[in-house]
Design a protein around this ligand. Structure first.
Ligand code: ZN
Length: 245
């Protein structure tokens, strides 16, 4: 059995079409999921099933929804400069749940970039410099019961940043994170910061750019679980790297 995990980027807004606007895509996909007789469950439940604490019948005909990078478009309705006001991802989920009633209890997991400095720089360089990448909403998102906040690394080794936590400043490829020192920042420090905001440590991780080094998968994650505290990490390949049994 397999459970699909669908990933969206709420900053993907170029035009108001399905292909070029992930808000419209999410709203449309929720309808399709419903029409096909599936329901959306939290990603943590998928990991529970993967790790053997939920049975196949508990998660039959389900999908999970994830969001990457953690900009304000996940949580707040914002006026996009060329495409107009965009319903936030969390409000799209709420609208859908309200419309469908008790048959649908849709949920998403937002994988956020941890470092406040990285988010502030990316806000200026990849968005329009309106401070739309803060973490003020993280706690409210979790309290809503509609969205979890989990970890998408310390700085994404993002190409738009001056300095990243990769010892040779190799950017744009998370597979270059392959030493203990770099992994400590990208996983453990990232988890600690998110934990300081939420009041508990995140337990799920999504690799920036979708993949990780053998060092991370075979050594850092299994050996240092007591430090990073993640129980599963997601690639963009159709599989999960589960840390604990
Ligand atoms: Zn990302």
């Amino acid at each position: 059995m397999k459970i699909p995990v669908l990933t969206y980027h709420s900053m993907n807004i170029t035009r108001n079409t399905y292909a070029e606007n992930d808000h419209l895509a999410l709203a449309s996909d929720l309808e399709t999921i419903n029409e096909l007789g599936f329901r959306v469950i939290p990603l943590s439940r998928v990991v529970d099933w993967h790790q053997g604490t939920l049975r196949d019948e508990d998660v039959a005909r389900t999908v999970a929804i994830t969001l990457d990078d953690g900009s304000w478009f996940d949580f707040y309705d914002l006026d996009h400069p060329t495409c107009g006001v965009q319903r936030s991802m969390i409000n799209i989920l709420r609208d859908f749940n309200l419309k469908k009633g008790p048959t649908q209890d849709s949920h998403a997991t937002s994988f956020v970039i941890s470092s406040p400095h990285a988010r502030a720089s990316l806000d200026k360089r990849c968005m329009i410099g309106k401070d739309w990448w803060g973490d003020q909403w993280w706690k409210d998102a979790v309290s809503s019961g509609v969205m979890d906040v989990e970890c998408h690394s310390w700085d994404h080794v993002h190409t738009a940043l001056d300095k990243v936590a990769q010892q040779n400043q190799l950017k744009g490829d998370f597979r270059q994170v392959k030493t203990f020192i770099d992994a400590e920042i990208q996983f453990t420090r990232a988890g600690e910061y998110i934990g300081s905001v939420l009041g508990y440590r995140p337990s799920l991780f999504a690799y920036p750019y979708g993949s990780a080094s053998d060092y991370v998968v075979d050594q850092y994650l299994p050996k240092y679980q007591s430090r990073h505290q993640f129980r599963a990490a997601f690639t963009t390949e159709p599989k999960a790297n589960c840390v604990t049994a």
